[in-house]
Design a protein around this ligand. Structure first.
Ligand code: ADP
Ligand code: MG
Length: 694
């Protein structure tokens, strides 16, 4: 095998390749676009396209595609061949600057939420030079943004790039106030930790629910679940280790530095974390990672499950979005500094995040809302649906001191005077092991932990970047206008702490008491997707997001509709799958098994043997079959009813209030039947077999 240094990024058209293959002038021009978001010089595109094609063909590529992220949440690609016919017969390999910059896929099969009238099916893709092109399956993939013909974003990348730009602009204003004139740009950086399950392909294929919906819709609890917590950091099984090794190599070749892998709390659950990079690249990489995980798993006879809650009663999977802001000069703006002066700047950024999270709790919450994630949040295994922030004791004390104009008396440290010229110097709190907080400060970054494992991380970062950018904008306006910047900053920090400290919570987020406490503090508790998604259109949110140029009003409206539509569709598919399994698998299995028992009890009776077990079980199963039939009919009829509701918002409420409860009832009866039926007579593999299949 090749050495890691040779392997790493070998399928990526990265800086090294650009430097080697582009003229100095072209390279410089492209680099300016990549780093500073400067408009790309059109003449440069032709030269880049040429170099890309040469490089890709040498690596065995025959096709190219504009690779994009429509609102379905997965990635899309439309492949074109490099090959053009020659007049004299034969072919040449061609790829022009125009083809690099712009593509015109038929947009009509992607969700647009009414943005694109059906007669205007054209959409276009536009090259994103800030994310490197790469080769996958002999195809040169060009990361692109996806827009309607009218220019409205139909994807997740466009608003993400806009939000990064907004954050850059506002953060630079603040840095200028602190005299940091050398900083050219600031970027949001993200390291997403990805959780997933691995199960054997053989058992997976026997479960219609897993195949059709990604989660089990039925299934009684196994005798041994995760009670022992013996899986966490436990030994990795050889089959899984082989998968991970193979996965690492595939990801490294694509320039994705997957670093740590360990077992998670639940049986068969694992985690992968890459080394952080810019929010844009991290998002592209995470999409790729999810895709490659599934491909590699298939090669090993395994299935990688990315659903948020594949198994009831077993921890679900999430994604931890580690987020920070970094300058091109290599400074992390969320890292507490060594001098009081540096800390003034740090405290300003910290307070901006505090205010942003408090003001836009709803946006953060809805950025992670999906039918799948609704099963996780607030279920005592993941953060609650309430957004709050963990800062740790030390920082919280510092903020208290600022609020009260009191001297800061760090534990065991000398008393220090506050006031901006002498803001406290403090050691950074490295004690965070609070896993229950949805938004935790972890020393030099924030970890947003509400994301679902199958979510694109784009939405969460769009909202986070935008909320913080807008807060920095407000701060900058005020500080720039102040006659005495230092005094104004002192007041600003003080007021921010006073007005937004309710969002800080260092306690146990899984504790039921927190729900009451949060309510007293006036924090939002948006438990489900239908609760939170409409808040996207609240005037304060629309004003902020359009003000920064991250979304237009009409884009927001369409996104809200699409997300609700996705929710409704997802649960409808689950409901259909349930009725199908009940009618075709569960009920017939119960009938034959109970008949078998009934037959045995008759025989036993004739022979004068006790037949209590056979008789009672057959009886109970017959009764359960009746209940299952009743609930199956009810589910089919409410599903029909829901499908007829015209307004998507009302539809989503009906799904939540009418469909989901019937699904839960149906499952309870079926699971009870499963628990008293012989394993060999049950129509699909039970939780035991699924969770301990590898
Ligand atoms: P853990 O949370 O398991 O203790 P780490 O905190 O070391 O692990 O890292 C988790 C993730 O956070 C990794 O993907 C890492 O690259 C990322 N990360 C570390 N520092 C930063 C940072 N300053 N900004 C954004 N992400 C970061
Ligand atoms: Mg972490």
């Amino acid at each position: 095998m090749k050495k890691l240094t040779e392997l790493f990024g070998e399928l990526v058209f990265d800086e090294r390749v650009m430097k080697a293959r582009l003229s100095e002038q072209v390279y410089k021009s492209l680099k300016k676009t990549i780093d500073e978001g400067e408009q790309l010089d059109i003449t440069v595109a032709g030269a880049v396209a040429d170099a890309m094609k040469e490089w890709a063909v040498e690596k065995g590529a025959t096709h190219y595609t504009h690779w994009f992220q429509p609102l379905t949440g997965i990635t899309a690609e439309k492949h074109d061949s490099f090959i053009s016919p020659c007049k004299e017969g034969g072919v040449i390999m061609e790829f022009s600057g125009k083809e690099l910059i712009k593509g015109e896929p038929d947009a009509s099969s992607f969700p647009s939420g009414g943005l694109r009238a059906t007669f205007e099916a054209r959409g276009y893709t536009a090259w994103d030079p800030t994310s490197y092109a790469f080769i996958k399956d002999k195809t040169l993939c060009i990361p692109t943004a996806f827009c309607s013909y009218g220019g409205e974003a139909l994807d997740k990348k466009t608003p993400l790039l806009r939000s990064m730009d907004a954050l850059n602009r506002q953060a630079l204003r603040i840095l200028r106030l602190f005299g940091k004139d050398d900083v050219r740009y600031v970027k949001a950086c993200v390291g997403p930790e990805q959780e997933y399950f691995l199960i054997s392909k053989e058992v997976y294929e026997k479960r219609k629910d897993l195949v059709c919906t990604g989660r089990t819709l039925f299934g009684a609890r196994p005798p041994k679940g995760q009670e022992m917590s013996d899986h966490y950091f436990g030994m990795i099984k050889p089959k899984v280790a082989e998968f991970m090794e193979d996965l690492n190599v595939e990801l490294w070749r694509l320039g994705i530095f997957a670093k740590t892998e360990h077992n998670e709390v639940a049986p068969s659950q694992h985690e992968l974390a890459p080394i952080y990079t810019t929010a844009n690249i991290a998002t592209d990489h995470n999409q790729l990672t999810m895709e490659i995980m599934q491909k590699v798993a298939a090669r090993h006879g395994l299935v990688c499950i990315l659903h948020e809650k594949p198994f009831a009663g077993v921890n679900g999977s999430g994604k931890h979005n580690n987020w920070s802001i970094q300058t091109d000069t290599g400074v992390n703006l969320l890292k507490p500094g060594d001098t009081p002066h540096e800390n003034a700047q740090f405290l300003l950024f910290l307070c901006a995040v505090i205010k942003a999270v408090d003001d836009y709790q709803d946006l953060l919450r809805l950025s992670v809302a999906t039918a799948g994630n609704d099963h996780r949040l607030g279920a005592n295994e993941a953060p609650p649906a309430i957004v709050s922030m963990f800062l740790g004791d030390e920082l919280t004390e510092v903020l208290e001191a600022i609020e009260n104009d009191a001297p800061y008396n760090g534990a065991g440290r000398k008393e220090m005077k506050l006031g901006v010229p002498t803001l406290p110097k403090f050691l950074r709190d490295t004690t965070d092991r609070n896993r229950t907080s949805p938004f935790a400060f972890t020393g030099n970054k924030f970890e947003f932990r509400m994301l679902g494992s199958s979510n694109s991380i784009a939405c969460a970062n769009i909202m986070l970047n935008s909320a913080v950018a807008d807060t920095l904008r407000i701060f900058a306006d005020r500080l720039e206008a102040a006659p005495d910047m230092k005094e104004e900053l002192r007041l600003l920090l003080k007021e921010t702490v006073r007005d937004h400290k309710r969002i800080i919570f260092n306690g146990n987020g899984y504790d039921g008491e927190w729900v009451n406490e949060a309510k007293k503090r006036g924090l939002l508790n948006l438990r489900t997707t239908p609760d939170c998604m409409p808040k996207l259109l609240d005037e304060k949110n629309v004003r902020m997001l359009t003000g920064l140029g991250v979304f237009s009003r009409i884009e927001l409206k369409s996104r809200c509709d699409i997300m609700l539509e996705n929710y409704v569709k997802c649960v409808c598919i689950e409901s259909n799958t349930m009725t199908d399994m009940a009618n075709k698998e569960i009920l017939p299995a119960i009938t034959s098994y109970s008949l078998q028992l009934a037959g045995s009890s008759i025989t036993k009776k004739q022979l004068g043997m006790p037949y209590v077990y056979e008789f009672e079980t057959a009886n109970r199963l017959s009764a359960l079959a009746g209940k299952i039939l009743e609930k199956t009919k009810e589910l089919a009829s409410v599903t029909d009813e829901v499908k007829r509701v015209a307004d998507v918002r009302e539809q989503s409420l009906a799904v939540r209030d009418k469909m989901l409860p019937v699904m839960a009832d149906l499952r309870a009866f079926a699971d009870e039947a499963e628990s008293i039926t012989s394993e060999s007579a049950w129509p699909y593999p039970t939780y035991d077999k699924l969770l301990f299949s590898v």
